[in-house]
Design a protein around this ligand. Structure first.
Ligand SMILES: *[C@@H]1O[C@H](CO)[C@@H](O)[C@H](O)[C@H]1NC(C)=O
Ligand SMILES: *[C@@H]1O[C@H](CO)[C@@H](O)[C@H](O)[C@H]1NC(C)=O
Ligand SMILES: *[C@@H]1O[C@H](CO)[C@@H](O)[C@H](O)[C@H]1NC(C)=O
Ligand SMILES: *[C@@H]1O[C@H](CO)[C@@H](O)[C@H](O)[C@H]1NC(C)=O
Ligand SMILES: CC(=O)N[C@H]1CO[C@H](CO)[C@@H](O)[C@@H]1O
Length: 377
């Protein structure tokens, strides 16, 4: 019924589209306000502890910058409260606040929105992310949510968005320090549930090691198998799933240093080969760099590399969002967030005026995907 028209759209590709289909920015804030003490900020106050977007700045990004892609973070412990457990029962207040943000981006502005449960594939204690909380599907941990529950959660989320062609489903933010096979299982449960809900949109699936592109073919954590050994085994009946990759350009790939020293192109080379060999595509949904010429060059190099390699279909830089204040989501106190109209910790204009203007804006493709169901092509 609903599936049929969307599927019809899915099969119509437009010849004039560029190779990079999606380009944009992270909208971070929906996961804020829980850090420190266990239970802090749950459920939290909208507009105080957490917020999703500032509609005015989304409008600036779409109308003036012509981007078409926003990754919008939220916290699973708020969407599926601990009192209910992970699953299909949502906090309707939080959901409607989130839906309002997604609808503004997609229905009002016509851009694509990547739905991002910002949970590191963990659930039940976000107070010390990325390390707190039980790993989803850990059968040795009686307090852990199960893979089945994770599927139920995704089935419900997908059901609620299945008629909106402009959403993209991001399975989870940055899994790490867990068996790579379990990431595959959880990803597969999400894919199955999304498709069973009748939702045909693009899905982005993460790997291990904070889904770092540079480490795709490497052991991560204590001794977790490389993402490359398992992430080519996912099955999507609609063949509309891509790999979700994060790639920072500083010394330890964390995005916490001012200086860029890790070149994107050479660090992504093995991932690129793996994607080609496995006929897969990827979106770099997080990257970033500081407010300095060296980083501008590194970002420029990265975005040029993505543009010139077929396997990459999109990117979103970390991060804008309504409640960063002067805090720097990336790369030093002189950077600040990418939110238009704000200031950095030194009281100077934030990264929208510096990093975005120097390194991102010149790389925004003109022929981004503007219509149709989110897809690989
Ligand atoms: C749902 O979220 C709202 C807004 O944050 C909050 O006031 C309410 O207590 C939450 N309900 C549950 C069951 O968590
Ligand atoms: C799974 O749970 C067990 C028991 O709590 C714990 O020892 C183990 O570290 C957990 N595994 C992961 C990947 O977190
Ligand atoms: C890329 O693959 C080669 C060959 O397997 C390996 O020697 C090298 O360490 C890998 N590079 C990275 C960054 O993982
Ligand atoms: C939203 O963004 C606009 C434009 O930068 C700014 O003037 C306004 O203060 C912001 N609103 C909030 C609530 O931050
Ligand atoms: C630079 C930066 O803030 N990177 C962060 C990107 O988001 C993930 C998830 O919140 C963090 O782990 C990174 O530190």
């Amino acid at each position: 019924m609903i599936l049929t028209p969307l599927l019809t759209l899915l099969s119509t590709t437009t010849a004039t589209l560029g190779k990079i289909l999606y380009a944009g920015v992270n909208e971070s804030g929906g996961e804020f306000g829980v850090f420190g003490v266990k239970g802090q900020g749950l459920p939290g106050r909208f507009g105080v502890d957490y917020a999703f977007i500032n509609k005015t700045t989304v409008d600036i990004f779409v109308d003036q910058e012509k981007i078409n892609f926003f990754r919008v973070t939220f916290l699973m412990e708020r969407m599926a409260p601990l009192a209910f457990g992970l699953g299909a029962r949502f906090n309707e207040t939080y959901f409607s606040e989130y839906e309002d943000a997604i609808n503004h981006i997609t229905l009002t502005k016509g851009a694509y929105a990547l739905i991002d449960p910002h949970n590191y594939m963990r659930y039940n204690d976000p107070s010390s992310q990325p390390f707190s909380g039980s790993v989803i599907g850990n059968t040795s941990d009686p307090t852990a949510a199960t893979t089945k529950q994770f599927g139920e959660f995704w089935g419900e989320l997908a059901r609620r968005f299945r008629t909106n062609p402009k959403v993209v489903f991001g399975i989870n933010n940055e899994p790490h320090d867990m068996p790579t096979q379990l990431i595959l299982q959880n990803n597969q449960a999400a894919i199955n549930a999304i498709r069973a809900a009748g939702a045909p949109q693009l899905i982005l699936a993460p790997g291990n090691g904070f889904t770092g592109g540079h480490a795709w073919t490497q052991v991560t954590g204590a001794n977790d198998a490389p993402s490359s050994e398992f992430l080519n085994k996912m099955v999507d009946p609609l063949r509309n799933t891509a790999i979700d990759v994060h790639e920072y350009l500083d010394i330890d790939f964390s995005g916490s240093h001012d200086e860029c020293t890790q070149p994107g192109p050479s660090n992504l080379a093995n991932l690129t080969t793996w994607l080609q060999q496995n006929h897969l595509k990827a979106v770099i949904s997080e990257f970033g760099g500081g407010n300095n010429q060296n980083c501008f060059q590194f970002i420029d190099d990265l975005l040029n590399y993505l543009a010139s390699n077929d396997v990459y279909i999109g990117w979103s830089i970390w991060a804008a969002g309504p409640i960063w204040g002067t805090a720097s989501p990336c790369c030093g106190e002189d950077t600040g967030s990418l939110e238009p109209g704000q200031f950095n910790d030194l009281g100077q204009p934030d990264a929208f005026t510096t990093v975005w203007a120097n390194a991102v804006r010149p790389n925004i493709p003109k022929n981004l995907k503007r219509s149709g169901v989110s897809s690989l092509s």
